[in-house]
Design a protein around this ligand. Structure first.
Ligand code: SF4
Length: 469
């Protein structure tokens, strides 16, 4: 039986519905300026490097086909991965949900006797609320990705998949460092190189003195049992090589069947995400190697609602996502509201289709409406996920208010009966009120018209025109 992500743990559900949270975000002009600047810059960079590849569309099609094949063969491929990781000296753990995954990781850290872990950016661990679970168990997690560190020190939440602190500008970052970073120079300015150097000093000391690391994974190769993390700061490389124990938490959908499949994804991902031809650091490891790198490796395979998503024929392609964030950077809704309004660790168009499926639509009913259905996300997605179709599919599943249901039932009844429909059209034409914005409908329907222009009824219906001829 497939189940959804449990309530009360992790970060897939917001405190407010999207429309209310979006109103708060829209009232913040600084946030909109930061977002507009960042998304425009990334879009431009990404567009230029994508244009260099004559076979970009073929690569997208290959990425999409590989992911569809993986989802169709997931149980077999996961067992193959487990077998290969185990043969290479790793230990595989299966976590049905966030609670189980948190328990497994916490127990593993306790077994090492350590009370601090370093982390390389991992959406899966944010999804399950691992940091909170570790802290509750007396273990201090230290984020090592610069943007994640800014978010953690600022006691904030990430607002972008790739650039979690996209909502902060450099003077805000300086204030956070001065307030929260141990041993920071009080003369610190807001020059990016100085801010980066301050973070480097703090992190280097932490890297060298911490024995346990927790990571995510961008890809896992079933054929070889190899895990891969791609990143651009080198913090991932430090986390994956320096500690004695490495614990990787990975959503079960991150699998690819064969080593050669990486050829496709390692071309798609950096170009679509950061606008780079190749990502600066690609770290790969298979189990443990005596005398080199972590000597204890644990892989936690996380479900947390994914098999429920897989069971939905339309919605399952959301699991093809490689978290490049291209759909966020082109989305007109995301660009104005930012990521916090989505209430989930997965913001933007992919969050609007993934979060409601992982939690069940009842827990996130407003997210499928956080889109204008313009289709820009579909065009930008490097693995061709048809996000607009999934949004419409989920809107159909979302609970609808009773009034809306009654109006739709009445409309269906009327449209089914030609004479009644003709009379209704005539009535609508007579009532000039319909064309007036916000006043075109009586309560409780007036809210629907408050932000929409009702179309003017045409002076002549098709039937009148036909009869006239
Ligand atoms: S849905 Fe597509 S564009 Fe959006 S983050 Fe995932 S892979 Fe990237």
């Amino acid at each position: 039986m497939s189940t959804h992500s449990p309530r009360g743990v992790g970060h897939l559900r917001g405190d407010q519905p999207f429309p209310e949270a979006a109103k708060v975000a829209l009232a913040n002009p600084q946030l909109r300026r930061n977002l507009q600047h960042a998304t425009t810059t990334i879009r431009g960079k990404s567009g230029r490097v994508i244009a260099e590849l004559p076979d970009w569309q073929e690569l997208r099609a290959a990425g999409s086909a590989l992911k569809a094949y993986t989802m169709g063969n997931l149980p077999r491929l996961l067992e193959q991965l487990e077998e290969k990781v185990t043969a290479a000296g790793g230990v595989v753990h299966w976590a049905a949900d966030a609670n189980e995954a948190n328990r497994i990781v916490t127990d593993l850290v306790h077994q090492t006797g350590e009370t601090r872990v370093i982390k390389v950016k991992s959406m899966a661990t944010q999804e399950i609320g691992l940091n909170e679970a570790l802290e509750a168990a007396g273990i201090t997690p230290v984020e090592t990705d610069l943007a994640e560190l800014i978010v953690q020190l600022g006691k904030d939440k990430p607002s972008h998949i790739l650039v979690p602190a996209i909502h902060r500008n450099r003077s805000e970052i300086r204030e956070i460092f001065l307030r929260e970073m141990p041993g920071v120079d009080p003369e610190l300015t807001d020059e990016p190189t100085e801010l980066a150097a301050a973070a480097r000093r703090y992190l280097r000391e932490t890297f060298l003195s911490t024995k346990v690391a927790v990571s995510g994974a961008n890809f896992a190769i079933a054929e070889t049992g190899t895990l891969a993390v791609v990143e651009s700061e080198g913090n991932g490389r430090m986390c994956l090589t320096l500690p004695d124990t490495l614990i990787t938490v990975m959503g079960i959908e991150k699998l690819v069947p064969a080593w050669t499949d990486l050829e496709v994804f390692l071309q798609l991902l950096p170009r679509a995400s950061t606008g780079e031809r190749m990502n600066p650091y690609t770290s790969m490891w298979t189990g443990v190697t005596p005398g080199d790198g972590p000597q204890n490796f644990h892989l936690v395979l996380l479900d947390n609602g994914r098999t429920a998503v897989l069971a939905d024929e339309v919605g399952r392609s959301a699991l093809h996502c490689i978290r490049c964030s291209a759909c966020l950077n082109v989305c007109p809704v995301y660009e104005r509201t930012g990521g916090h309004a989505y209430g989930s660790v997965y913001p933007g168009p992919i969050g609007a289709v993934l979060s409601p499926q992982l939690t069940g639509i009842k827990d996130n009913p407003s997210l499928p409406y956080a889109s204008s259905l313009c289709g820009a996300c579909f065009d930008a997605c490097p693995v061709m996920i048809d996000i607009p179709s999934i949004l419409v599919h989920l809107r159909n599943q979302a609970p609808h208010p009773r009034t809306e249901k009654a109006v739709m039932a009445a409309a269906a009844y009327t449209m089914d009966r030609p004479r009644l429909y003709a009379r209704a059209q005539k009535a609508a034409r007579l009532s000039k009120l319909l064309g007036k914005r916000g006043r075109g409908l009586p309560p409780p329907l007036h809210g629907w018209a408050a932000s929409r222009d009702l179309p003017e009824p045409p002076p002549e219906t098709f039937r009148d025109w036909w009869r006239g001829r």
